[in-house]
Design a protein around this ligand. Structure first.
Ligand SMILES: C[S@@+](CC[C@H](N)C(=O)[O-])C[C@H]1O[C@@H](n2cnc3c(N)ncnc32)[C@H](O)[C@@H]1O
Length: 303
């Protein structure tokens, strides 16, 4: 049986064309592509790529200035954070949540928009595998080009499960029988109707948004559409730890905010969403509530 696309590039001794991530003594990363006859240069000296070609991952190389660098292939989280960017990428912690909580399975038919730099597209392609489908939509041709190059470089060529359409999702979405739709864009509420049409009953939409106003409008739009179950909204925070002898404590710095996630499941056609058993919080839809399009909360915003 042949290996999934890109798998052969992730193991075995280093080969020409592989991505290499060097870690210097201060923990800084440098990423490059291995080419026969080339040299890697830093202000700490240089070394020939040929020293790494055929060597196992985890090798330590020394520059002419005697600085040691650890050579490993970048993991996907390393790769997406170091690749060229058009738009901001979905952070690895959120990509992990999306794959898990949106239940993206091998063979799934997934629609994604926007593509931005292609970080999430790469995660989705790895999750659905060669026999799934990821149809990505991106309104900006220049971002679509950046994403194409990033995805190609990661997999070592075109991925058989990937289609990319340049245009607005709401105008171009033509797929049907879709299992999962993942949205990372400014105004996902504009896409609720076409997304609802594309999804199979039981299918899932997952939306990533950066601000509370987008979060509110997204949830209210999904709730108001009538073809989804009650949306779930959450965020995750990841705190790394310093572990050294007796000094065991959270790191002082963390990425405080990336975004919010919302998921909702598509109901069968003609089914009324079940009534919510819990009443809305007192005042949630009071006289100050101006609808899902509002961009500010009245008073102290507490309801
Ligand atoms: C934050 S970026 C997406 C980043 C991407 N998820 C990644 O991980 O690299 C948002 C992208 O959505 C695109 N976009 C916004 N609205 C869109 C729409 N209605 N249809 C298609 N693309 C859209 C923007 O051009 C932008 O490239």
């Amino acid at each position: 049986m042949s290996e999934p696309t890109g798998a052969a590039r992730r193991r075995g001794p280093f080969k020409v064309g592989d991505q290499v991530q060097l870690t210097d003594p201060k923990g800084r990363h440098h990423t490059f592509t291995l080419e026969a006859g080339k040299s890697f240069h830093t202000h700490k000296g240089s070394f020939p790529h040929d020293e790494l070609i055929g060597a196992p991952e985890g090798t330590v190389v020394r520059t002419t200035g005697n600085t040691a660098y650890l050579a490993l292939r970048p993991l996907l989280p390393d790769y997406v954070l170091s690749m060229p960017r058009g738009a901001a990428v979905v952070y690895p912690k959120d990509a992990g949540q999306i794959l898990s909580m949106a239940d993206v399975f091998p063979g799934a038919r997934v629609v994604e928009a926007g593509v931005g730099s292609g970080a999430l597209s790469t995660y989705l392609l790895r999750a659905v595998g060669d026999h799934g489908m990821v149809h990505s939509y991106e309104r900006r041709a220049d971002f679509a080009e950046v994403a194409t190059q990033n995805v190609r470089r990661y997999f070592g060529g075109d991925h058989p499960a990937w289609q990319l359409t340049v245009g607005d999702l709401q105008d171009h979405l033509s797929d049907t029988e879709v299992d999962r739709v993942i949205l990372d864009m400014l105004a996902p509420w504009e896409c609720v109707e076409p997304v609802s049409k594309a999804l199979v009953p039981g299918g899932l939409v997952c939306v990533y948004v950066a601000t509370t106003t987008q979060l509110a409008r997204t949830v209210e739009s999904l709730r108001g559409h009538g073809t989804f179950n009650e949306p779930t909204a959450w965020e995750t925070m990841v705190r790394t730890w310093h572990v050294e002898g007796l000094a065991v404590r959270p790191d002082h710095r963390m990425i405080g905010h990336t975004g919010f996630l919302v998921t909702a499941r598509r109901l069968a056609d003609g089914v009324e969403p079940p009534l919510r058993r819990r009443r809305p919080a007192k005042g949630a839809y009071g006289e100050d509530y101006a609808g899902p399009g509002t961009t500010s909360l009245p008073g102290n915003g507490a309801v």
